[in-house]
Design a protein around this ligand. Structure first.
Ligand SMILES: NC(=O)c1ccc[n+]([C@@H]2O[C@H](COP(=O)([O-])OP(=O)(O)OC[C@H]3O[C@@H](n4cnc5c(N)ncnc54)[C@H](OP(=O)(O)O)[C@@H]3O)[C@@H](O)[C@H]2O)c1
Length: 206
């Protein structure tokens, strides 16, 4: 596969790039600061520069786009904006796979899930929550074959934990290692199971 990665320098992004080693895919990654990793073609540029991103997407002939961007806890619209640009640039191309990370609150929810989501959307996480919901709206109206891996708190760790995968958020605190988030994204690229939806993945405590 030829894959374009956005957010390759972040916590999950670095794990995703590390796990690409030996998989045999061609990977381009748009980054703000210069980075080098053997086997990865880094393209320096700003993902929010519409001209730059659209040019990369339209000329790149990609099979998949992986969006691992995030604006931290600040009032950022990096995900909303980048997702809309990707969806617009690839409009009509239904075979292109889009896999991103998201938050548990945008999954379908049980009643306890709705209560947790309501509480979180009124805390310091509210800007993150809004940015992810903005991205979801662009995906829902796009022609892309999209999947969001929805996460609770992402913690340090190379991965390998036993995971629960769920179609509904049932509320409460959940966590997942950054290495496991990267693995879930790779799984959805190589053996897609979820289409046009967000599914949750979290560590099962032993
Ligand atoms: N942390 C959690 O507990 C948690 C839980 C659920 C979901 N998530 C979501 O998971 C995603 C990834 O999280 P993470 O912890 O890996 O994020 P992170 O370490 O903060 O990385 C963010 C990435 O986005 C890039 N970025 C941010 N603003 C940008 C901009 N304006 N233009 C270009 N690149 C920009 C950063 O590039 P630079 O290196 O150049 O800054 C970096 O590569 C985020 O969307 C986050 O909301 C996180």
């Amino acid at each position: 596969m030829k894959i374009l990665v956005l957010g390759a320098t972040g916590n999950v992004g670095r794990n995703f790039i590390q796990q690409s080693n030996g998989k045999g895919h061609t990977i381009d990654a748009v980054v703000r600061k210069p980075v080098t990793t053997e086997g990865i073609n880094y393209i320096q540029g700003n993902v929010l520069d519409a001209g730059v991103l659209i040019d990369i997407l339209t000329k790149g002939n990609y099979d998949a786009v992986v969006n691992l961007l995030g604006g931290g806890l600040a009032k950022s619209t990096v995900l909303t904006d980048s997702t809309r640009l990707v969806a617009d640039a690839l409009s009509g191309k239904s075979s292109i796979r889009y896999v991103g990370i998201s938050v548990l609150t945008l999954m379908p929810k049980t009643i306890p899930g709705h209560i947790t989501a309501f509480i979180l959307s009124n805390t310091f996480l509210r800007h993150v929550d809004r940015d992810h919901h903005g991205a979801l709206e662009s995906l829902k109206s796009s022609t892309l074959d999209w999947t969001m891996v929805a996460c609770g708190q992402i913690v340090e760790g190379a991965g390998g934990a036993v995971l629960k995968r769920a179609d509904k958020f049932t509320g409460g605190y959940r966590q997942i290692q950054m290495g496991d988030v990267a693995k879930e994204i790779w799984r959805e690229l190589e053996l897609p199971e979820h289409h046009k939806c967000a599914f949750g993945a979290w560590t099962v405590k032993g």
